[in-house]
Design a protein around this ligand. Structure first.
Ligand SMILES: [Zn+2]
Ligand SMILES: [Zn+2]
Length: 348
């Protein structure tokens, strides 16, 4: 089968994925499932993997390369192991990004991302930029015939990450409160839709790009701001003293330091974007009793919930399609910001 594989880490990002013929995956475990990939979302994490940002975490022995990237996958079940009962060949599915063990305590709590024995196809093993993907029964959410497998592919990771953070925020945002979403890109525009559906709060969207701000208005933001050095003052004025919740989808370039300063007493900052460093005087934290929290992808149940919202049209992702053989063009377009939303690789 055809697959797009990474052969070399390259901080300069000149390295291209190589398109080549590799053996199709085979069933070896009772819970194995082979999925014929219909769509695989291209993610900033793929770029970071190529750059080598993840190599010490994912590949400490330098034995991983070459392998196939792609961790936002949808498709049709092709074959199943002897123990699989939840899906059958022909089923339309989206893949939770992690292959979890199901028996560790984290799995039993339903916290898939904390699984002690998890594998992450596309990060630590072959992923979905290929015709077929090997995953497991526990990772699969079945989709109805009216769900577009290409449009929902980015929800497997990008959408799920936005959903988990927005759901946490919604519990803190009843009517009469205000929430700020910083960064209305691939993740932020999904978080805004989820929050709009979940919460009666006043929602303030922040982005440096006018196109993104326009999109935020269309998606129901109550106020839209352009960011910049006086963002904290603007939010405090709009909210009469500060936001109850800030969702930070940027997490670097100084935004991470602005986010906690725009909270009111008792407020919560949820960090999704990363790269920067937060320094808060401890006296500020206790006097204002603020909370600063991280958020990591999402669990299986959250992916199920998000798929229900997508099927009912409550969440829509803006996608740009590329055939598998044009994956390097997709990566180049991503690097240069030539599309809005998410690129999706379509193998056949
Ligand atoms: Zn991703
Ligand atoms: Zn587990």
């Amino acid at each position: 089968m055809r697959a797009a594989r990474l052969y070399r880490y390259d901080p300069e990002m000149n390295e291209q994925l190589r398109l080549e013929d590799v053996p199709e995956p085979t069933i070896t475990q009772p819970d194995d499932v082979i999925v014929r990939v219909v769509a695989a979302g291209l993610c900033r994490t793929d770029l970071h993997i190529i750059e080598g940002v993840w190599k010490d975490i994912l590949d400490p022995q330098r034995t991983l390369l070459p392998y196939t990237l792609g961790h936002e996958n949808t498709g049709i079940v092709e074959a199943v192991g002897s123990g699989v009962t939840a899906v059958k060949p022909g089923d339309r599915v989206i893949c939770h990004p992690l292959r979890t063990c199901g028996v560790c305590l984290a799995c039993r709590h339903g916290e898939d991302m904390y699984c002690l024995n998890g594998r992450f196809p596309g990060l630590d093993s072959d992923g979905g930029f290929a015709e077929y993907l090997l995953t497991s029964e526990r990772a699969l959410v079945k989709l109805s015939a009216d769900v577009d497998l290409v449009e929902v592919a980015p929800l497997a990771d990008a959408g799920l990450t936005a959903y988990r953070a927005a759901k946490k925020a919604a519990r803190l945002l009843p009517p009469g409160t205000s929430g700020v979403i910083i960064g209305i890109g691939g993740l932020g525009h999904i978080a805004l839709q989820v929050l709009r559906a979940f919460s009666g709060a006043r929602l303030i969207a922040v982005d440096v790009s006018e196109a993104a701000r326009q999109r935020a208005r269309e998606l129901g933001a109550d106020d839209v701001l352009a960011g910049g050095p006086d963002l904290v003052e603007q939010v405090k004025e709009l909210t009469g003293g500060g936001a109850h919740v800030v969702l930070d989808f940027v997490g670097e370039k100084g935004v991470e330091q602005q986010a906690w300063q725009m909270l009111r007493k008792g407020g919560t900052q949820i960090i999704i974007g990363y790269g920067g460093r937060i320094e808060i005087p401890t006296v500020h934290m206790i006097f204002n009793e603020i909370t600063v929290a991280g958020s990591l992808v999402g669990n299986y149940a959250e992916l199920y919930e998000l798929m229900d919202m997508a099927a009912r049209g409550l969440v829509r992702v803006h996608v740009q399609r590329y055939p598998l053989h044009e994956i390097n063009r997709a990566i180049d377009d991503f690097k240069h910001g030539r599309y809005f939303g998410r690129a999706v690789i379509v193998p056949s």
